[in-house]
Ligand binder design. Structure first.
Ligand SMILES: [Zn+2]
Length: 107
């Protein structure tokens, strides 16, 4: 189980990955945040976010189940490979669409 504070992966202004090696990971977490804070997550837990694990070096075909479990806590699990985690530190990020900002894009 991953426990991630996304602020630790970002640059000081919280707009992009702190280092290029983290870019893919941050992009995936951004998708998770956007889904969890969107109205879509009221309708379905199964998201459109693909699992990014590669069990046995093959891309996992699963789609993450994402649920907001607290004020500043998102839980995800992949129903196929079982990869799961908890994400903190996203509440003040501008990707948080619940705050009404849809401009957030990672460059
Ligand atoms: Zn998976």
């Amino acid at each position: 189980m991953w426990v991630i504070d996304i602020r630790h992966l970002l640059n000081e202004s919280g707009t992009r990955a702190a280092v290029p090696q983290l870019k893919k990971k941050v992009e995936k977490l951004r998708e998770i945040i956007v889904f969890a804070t969107s109205e879509q997550s009221d309708i379905t837990y199964e998201s459109n976010v693909r699992c990014n694990r590669r069990p046995g070096r093959k891309p996992c075909p699963g789609y993450l189940v994402i649920e907001m479990t607290g004020e500043d806590e998102i839980y995800w699990i992949c129903p196929v490979c079982g990869d799961e985690g908890v994400l903190h530190g996203w509440e003040d990020l501008f990707w948080n669409v619940a705050k009404g900002n849809h401009e957030g894009e990672l460059h």
